[in-house]
Design a protein around this ligand. Structure first.
Ligand code: M6R
Length: 624
């Protein structure tokens, strides 16, 4: 959330800042702004709303500057408007700060600064930083030392970019438990929250460590700890394979990404699963793509795997739903007790892991603050760590001893779809892998599972081919104000994910429930205006799920279900059936979610919503 960029060098700063910001818009799009130093004077331009508003402003003003910082905001403190947009400046208008994170003691600092005569122009926590820096600067006119003194007063986790017209030859970057990368060019340097934003200019990057400050000039970068001690670090080389960011003829990235799922699955599966007759191989560090710092693959020895007595999974949002499926798979196939925690929910609680625990952190971005915090806590207690992420260069990837990278390419749409499928695939692979190593499944069963897994991409293709039918059903429910999703067992998480997608994309209130829980309360909300979407696949909980759906039907709810082809019960019971190819219950979460993704997409598109960048959301949630 929130993206920071910077540039200094011989080129015009504003087009570079804009290009960098475009790569970071996924981190928030409530407002955007830049501060550049134009003919010795600090010039700040900002605009509420999407980056395109700032782009129009910059195009009209075309500031002539070769140094500047920029920001794209996801609001935490203060509504999204021009005033609260970053950069924020001090009262003399000479220092500007952009900020990602939360300053937890901002109220106390604000009161203190107000009592010293500082006036505040915004409601943000960020503004205390710029006044603090300015206050410290007045003491000795040493910007580096002023920033270090100011930073020591701040509580919370944060990343900052700072420029001053009194020091127009430099940018300061501060990282405290966040991510910031400095891209190194020839007589020019770049700053960005995500190295992806500087890749268009250079592949040589220095990542700031925790509690570090960088002084960036055109000729070099000096790194300091918060105690002012200079540290040396060599740049790393970024992966240079091109990212394709193109809708490829689809109306939205989301639809394209839903359609990419068969390919993504095949890529993730083929990386680890060579042939159903062979054991799954997760130990693949030879596939390392170049940062040189990341431990690709799962490197636990057979003895370590046999010694595991608990698995703890930490994740948020969609990744949490994938992890809920993962828990059931791991318990079913590996027989190890597994718990899944919403990462934000274990803050302030005891994390019960030890040296025999495998702690798994699942995150598309690899930057979710709560997930990282949970992972660090588990790591500090001696648990083995495994990351499942789509970003091999992420914070999460560098923190874990073992790493599974999902082969999705960039997911542009803020709502996760293909990465959900790839996270599910990673759990299937991991569960089979651990089960083979621990001998909890027979060779025949393992082979059968791998054969089934390989069939899933084709089944998804078959569902996608029915897109028109799914659209026709979906738009009939577009005017609903509340929608209830139910499922049991492996498809309870599917119900949760279906509800999340509908909420995110269409802003229709939707809730997912374990089908058996409906009668314990949620059933009270049902009437003829509330569609109930049931995930109903043949297997151990089919009959019970059907009974729960009947209970909803008896309350006159509109009934829709996801069911397999030829399910006559479903045709009789439901007003509409979103049919999927017959599937083994164990693998059904990977197929049953696809019609629900499409349903949410078609409803949102029908309602004219901003499908790829829904209001209030950010793709990478880096605040706690
Ligand atoms: O990057 P992460 O997987 O850690 O993100 C977790 C959630 O923020 C994310 O899944 C969110 O719920 C998405 N908007 C879902 O579409």
């Amino acid at each position: 959330m929130c993206g920071i960029v910077g540039y200094l060098g011989p080129s015009q700063a504003f087009p570079v800042l804009l290009n960098e910001l475009k790569c970071l818009e996924y981190r928030g799009y409530d407002s955007a702004g830049v501060a550049v130093i134009e003919e010795g004077r600090l010039c700040v331009l900002k605009a509420a709303g999407k980056l395109s508003n700032l782009e129009a402003l910059l195009e009209s003003k075309r500031p002539k500057a070769s140094v500047g910082i920029g920001h794209t905001r996801w609001a935490t403190h203060g509504i999204p408007n021009d005033q609260n947009a970053h950069p924020h400046t001090d009262k003399s208008g000479t220092v500007a700060v952009v900020h990602n994170g939360i300053i937890e003691n901002h109220e106390e600092l604000r009161d203190e600064l107000k009592s010293l005569g500082y006036e505040f122009a915004s409601e943000t926590d960020t503004e205390v930083i710029v006044h603090l820096v300015s206050h410290e600067y007045a003491k000795d006119q040493d910007l580096l030392q002023s920033i270090l003194r100011a930073v020591k007063r701040l509580s919370g986790i944060f990343a900052l970019g700072i420029v001053s017209q009194k020091h127009p030859d430099r940018i300061y970057a501060v990282n405290h438990h966040y991510s910031l990368s400095v891209g190194l060019g020839d007589n020019e340097n770049f700053l960005a929250s995500d190295s992806m934003a500087v890749r268009q200019y250079t592949n040589r990057v220095i990542k700031l460590d925790q509690s570090e400050l960088a002084e960036i000039t055109t000729t070099g970068v000096r790194l300091f700890t918060f105690d002012g001690k200079e540290v040396k670090r060599s740049p790393i080389a970024l992966d240079t394979s091109p990212y394709v960011i193109d809708k490829c003829g689809y109306k939205h990235f989301l639809l394209k990404e839903i359609h990419e799922q068969p390919l993504v699955l095949r890529q993730t599966l083929s990386k680890y699963l060579r042939h159903p007759n062979h054991p799954i191989d997760l130990n693949i560090d030879h596939l390392s793509t170049g940062s040189g710092e990341t431990a690709y693959g799962v490197h636990l020895t057979e003895e370590e795997i046999k010694g595991l007595d608990r698995i703890s999974v930490f994740a948020c949002g969609t990744a949490y739903h994938a992890s809920m499926v993962g828990k059931l798979l791991l318990e079913e196939l590996v027989g190890i007790p597994c718990e899944v925690e919403i990462a934000s929910e274990i803050r302030g609680r005891k994390v019960l892991v030890n040296e025999s625990t495998l702690a798994i952190a699942v995150s598309q971005s690899g930057e979710t603050a709560d997930t990282l915090a949970a992972l660090k806590e588990a790591k500090s207690k001696g648990a083995y760590t495994l990351g499942i992420t789509n970003r091999a260069d992420s914070h999460l990837a560098h923190l874990t001893q073992n790493l599974m990278v999902t082969e999705c390419g960039i997911e542009v749409s803020v709502a996760a779809t293909k990465t959900y499928l790839a996270q599910l695939a990673s759990f299937y692979l991991l569960a089979i892998y651990l089960a083979e190593k621990r001998g909890t499944i027979s060779k025949e069963r393992a082979k059968e599972l791998k054969v089934q897994l390989n069939l899933v991409p084709t089944m998804i293709e078959q569902i996608l081919a029915r897109e028109e039918q799914i659209r026709d059903v979906s738009v009939k429910y577009a005017e609903a104000h509340d929608v209830v999703f139910i499922g049991r067992g492996l498809n309870f998480p599917t119900a949760l994910e279906g509800a999340l997608k509908l909420k995110e994309l269409s802003y229709i209130h939707a809730s997912g429930y374990a089908a058996g829980e409906l009668k314990h309360g949620p059933i009270a909300v049902l009437d003829q205006n509330v569609p109930v979407i049931t995930v109903l696949v043949p297997g151990a909980v089919y009959e019970k799920t059907l009974s729960n759906a009947q209970e909803a039907r008896a309350r006159k709810a509109k009934m829709i279900c996801v069911a397999v082809d030829g399910d006559e019960q479903a045709t009789k019971t439901f007003d509409a059936v979103l049919a999927i190819p017959p599937v083994d219950e164990l693998f059904s979460p990977m197929t049953s979610v696809v019609p629900l993704q499409l349903l949410s997409y078609f409803i949102a598109d029908y309602l004219g919503k901003d499908v790829d960048q829904p209001r209030n959301l950010a793709k990478s949630v880096t605040v706690e």
